[in-house]
Write a protein that binds this ligand. Structure first.
Ligand SMILES: [Zn+2]
Length: 250
């Protein structure tokens, strides 16, 4: 790290549990963030500010007025712009030292696999089950750690599916695709603005610890937040030996 970097990341380097080595790992790492909305905004902002060397931000949507209540990467004057590009503008202003790649596309198939393969950690900041399961499959296939977040109304959840570990559950173990899933989204159900900030920030925290190899992550645990009563709960998540997605590795 040069003098500017030592100063920029000084408060991380000061942490006994983090320090110079962890910051160096972060500065050499890459992260894929799928979704530049409510969760992706704080997640990407903290990863950029923390100096993750290469951030790939994928989203095919455009900024709308109703996004601005919570999607803090975007600004009023960028309504109509692609979220991935609007996000890149904000992230590069936060930290010009890092590389930010804006992908204006809904990642799927080989393109998704290729991006997951190139990433050290993947953050699922999307809002629909089909994409979540596609991201999970790619992470299982490439054995990459997946940090998953979700927020709707006043309810948030975060977990880590660390596919580098043989005993780790995957997203499908927890939320089997075959089940009749009632898809809620913010457009119809509403969402409390700071909730996505909390959940997205938790995703950034888990991703940074994974990249830096410090602390304990939420691997094997699901963290649930009721932001209305402000109560947290943690539930254990076990690997499903019969899971059709990750069962291959048993
Ligand atoms: Zn599984």
């Amino acid at each position: 790290m040069n003098d500017q970097q030592l100063l920029r990341y000084a408060r991380h380097i000061l942490l006994d549990e983090f320090g110079y080595e962890a910051q160096e790992k972060v500065c050499a790492a890459s992260a894929l963030i799928v979704g530049a909305g409510g969760l992706g905004s704080p997640a990407a902002a903290y990863l950029a500010a923390s100096g993750v060397r290469r951030l790939v931000l994928a989203d095919d949507d455009q900024v709308e007025l109703s996004n601005l209540q919570r999607q803090i990467l975007h600004t009023t004057d960028r309504i109509g712009h692609h979220k991935a590009e609007s996000g890149r503008t904000m992230l590069q202003a936060l930290n010009p030292e890092i590389e930010v790649v804006a992908l204006v596309e809904r990642l799927s198939g080989d393109a998704l696999l290729e991006q997951v393969r190139q990433a050290d950690v993947v953050l699922d900041c999307t809002d629909n089950f089909a994409t979540r399961h596609a991201i999970n499959r790619a992470c299982v296939s490439c054995r990459k750690p997946l940090v998953s977040g979700a927020a709707i109304r006043f309810d948030g959840q975060v977990s880590v599916f660390d596919m580098r570990r043989d005993d780790a559950p995957c997203y499908h173990c927890l939320f089997p695709e075959a089940e009749e899933a009632v898809e809620l989204n913010c457009a119809t159900s509403g969402v409390f603005a700071p909730l996505v900030g909390i959940v997205g920030s938790l995703q950034a925290a888990e991703a940074l610890k994974i990249l830096a190899s410090v602390g304990d992550t939420l691997a094997g645990r699901l963290l649930l937040l009721d932001a209305f009563s402000m109560q947290w709960r943690t539930v254990r998540v076990a690997r499903d030996p019969a899971c059709p997605v990750c069962g291959h590795y048993q």
